[in-house]
Design a protein around this ligand. Structure first.
Ligand code: GCB
Length: 513
């Protein structure tokens, strides 16, 4: 059985073999595969064609070319996205042709627990409802553990008890080798034994409090844009480690599978996000179409990434935009009951996404990342509160003392309301590399350094802050407009070619001490 698998095609891909359409897929940054046996000409030359349609559409996720002007339009010009990164399209990731036996392993789910003893539970699903035997093997250090699989209707489960387990963590990312055998097929993957949980204001990794410090990022680099760039992945992990970071969010779409494998190996804690950036919640007409797309993206992301120990949280929206918000409304989240009530349709949309994640995976916390000025009750269903706030940039610019007070007040108020861990998933200041100033005015490296410093100080005073993730790891391509000098978002603590700005040294000072 021959399959063609596309790693990512933005936004709508159609596959043809010898001129015959074999299937289509909507949505970028997530893989899809079609079986192509019926179209193959054996012993002859075959032609594979993939067309990719890259139009920004209002009903798509993410959306663009909205029929009416949005808050984002007032500050950006072209292309008309609803979000702040360049919509590089096309085929971003490898396309592979592969074969499997007639009866093959269609899915493997691994769940690890550590109490009262370490266990690796493996669930295996074949593509056909057959009965039969198989086995699983777990290897690590000197230990080799095995268990039988008894397939009934194509499904089998096994539990391996692991004595003296070597746990996976950000400090010691130990990986075991798991191999699954069915009668005809074999599949191998790396397994990290760890648990992730939330308790009060803390995120617990293997039962111990952990902070998720690091970045919001983008897959972005000159010349390669969003395409898979393996040396860049190595470089970026080196630089993140150099700052002392142990975490990042795949803002604003799932990253390549190679990025996720590297996170497993390097011990990074990932908040994995679907491409639902800036959902326009005033636009209720397009809700059904967009929700369908979001649920599909959730299905596909969890199917792809559920076995990575590095993935510790699912995120189903970045900055959903309520009715009546303007870009720059980055002050406090709004807890006015009337405003919250007005925006209940948006809340229902987000709650539906969160409920869907919980149906698929109960082993990880789930969240949405909220915008400054957004209704606070949208966070209600989240296990962890994730906030993007720009006190000292989009609001109170140039007034770091007042910005600090505003940040403190908002963090304390949100904690009082929800009593859940808070991660600041974005805070940042645009900084032209090499631009200096005394006094430290906006856009200078000094300003960014002081801005980052006060955020980390405020967080250090609050136990319930479970992580600080700077926006952004590196400068990245954005759309053209008044806010983006040279079409670049300059909030990176590294430049687009990965040289450090002063702020990167501040991070290192805090995170490596
Ligand atoms: C945000 C968005 C992010 C933008 C950032 C900015 O809140 O989530 O996509 O790039 O602000 O720099 O304005």
């Amino acid at each position: 059985r021959v399959f063609l698998r596309v790693g990512s095609a933005n936004y709508f891909g159609t596959v043809y073999v010898n001129g015959v359409k074999v299937g289509s897929h909507e949505g970028g940054h997530l893989p899809f595969a079609f079986e192509i046996n019926d179209q193959i000409k054996w012993g002859a030359e075959n032609i594979i064609a993939i067309s990719v349609e890259n139009t920004l559409k209002p009903e798509r996720v993410p959306s663009g070319n909205m029929p009416t002007r949005t808050a984002f339009d007032s500050l950006s010009s072209t292309p008309r996205t609803t979000f702040d990164f360049y919509p590089f399209c096309g085929i971003h990731r490898p396309v592979v042709l592969y074969t499997v036996p007639q009866t093959y392993i269609e899915d493997v789910t691994v769940v690890t627990t550590i109490e009262p003893q370490a266990q690796v539970k493996v669930k295996v699903k074949l593509n056909a409802a057959v009965d039969g035997k198989g086995s699983v093997q777990l290897k690590g250090g000197k230990a080799v553990l095995t268990a039988d699989l008894n397939f009934s209707d194509g499904v089998a489960e096994a539990t391996l008890i692991v004595p003296d387990a070597h746990l996976w963590s950000d400090k010691d990312p130990y990986l075991y080798d798991l191999t699954v055998n069915s009668n005809d097929d074999q599949y191998s993957l790396k397994v990290g034994i760890r648990t992730i949980a939330v308790d009060g204001g803390k995120v617990l990794l293997n039962g111990r409090p952990v902070k998720l410090n690091g970045f919001g990022r983008h897959e972005d680099f000159p010349a390669t844009a969003k395409a898979l760039n393996l040396p860049l992945i190595v470089k970026d992990y080196q630089l993140m480690r150099w700052t002392g970071a142990n975490a990042y969010r795949t803002s604003h779409y799932p990253y390549s599978e190679e990025e996720m494998q590297m996170a497993d190996r390097q011990g990074f804690l990932i908040i994995d996000e679907i491409p639902a950036v800036s959902l326009q919640m005033s636009d209720t007409v397009r809700f059904p179409e967009r929700l369908r797309m979001c649920l599909q993206q959730i299905d596909e992301m969890i199917a792809r990434d559920k076995n990575h120990p590095a993935v510790v949280m699912w995120c189903v929206a970045n900055e959903p935009m309520p009715a009546g918000i303007s870009v720059g409304a980055s002050g406090s989240g709004a807890n006015d009951p009337v405003y919250e009530e007005e925006n209940l349709p948006g809340k229902r949309f987000l709650d539906a996404e969160i409920a869907h994640v919980r149906e698929l995976d109960m082993t990880r916390p789930v969240t949405i990342v909220t915008v400054g000025g957004g209704p606070q009750n949208w966070m209600e269903q989240c296990d962890v509160i994730c906030m993007n706030r720009y006190h000292g940039w989009y609001s109170l610019g140039g007034q770091l003392d007042k910005a600090r007070q505003a940040l403190e007040a908002e963090l304390d108020q949100v904690w009082d309301r929800f009593h859940k861990p808070i991660i600041m998933t974005e805070f940042g200041a645009d900084t032209v590399p090499g631009f200096h100033g005394m006094p430290d005015v906006m856009w200078t490296e000094e300003y960014q350094a002081e801005y980052v410093r006060f955020h980390l100080e405020v967080a250090a005073e609050r136990d319930f802050v479970a992580g600080m993730q700077v926006w952004n790891f590196a400068d990245f391509a954005a759309v053209q407009g008044l806010m983006r000098v040279g079409g670049i978002n300059h909030k990176g603590v590294f430049t687009r070619v990965r040289t450090p700005k002063m702020a990167a040294h501040v991070l290192r000072e805090f995170w490596t001490k």
